[in-house]
Write a protein of this length. Sequence first.
Length: 128
Amino acid sequence: MAEASYPSELLYHPEHDWVRMDGDTAVFGITWFAQDALGEVVFFDPPEVGTAVTKDEPYAEIESVKAVSDVIAPLSGEIVEVNAALADAPEAINEDPYGAGWLVKVKLSDPAERDALLDQAAYTASLD
């Protein structure tokens, strides 16, 4: 399992999701804290490409040995890519939550929503 980390170049949602901005597209994933709380991830149920996601609403499910948990969208938009590698290797979410364990890429419908996300310092402070 990866060591606890919260990269400073990412933005964070209070529901333990991260966002990596790339122009008007964003990569979504779950934070180290979230994967640690879930325990061993055994299945990722992604949305279909083309699905609309809404900020603060569930868009996917992650199943671990402990529970099935909703993944909350940190921003609104349309799914343009799903991390297909997770179908065969869902453990990447535990092993590399900010790299190989990314979940989806989303074309943002309202990029200004990102102003409501947390930076690294605010997110890590919320964990205490």
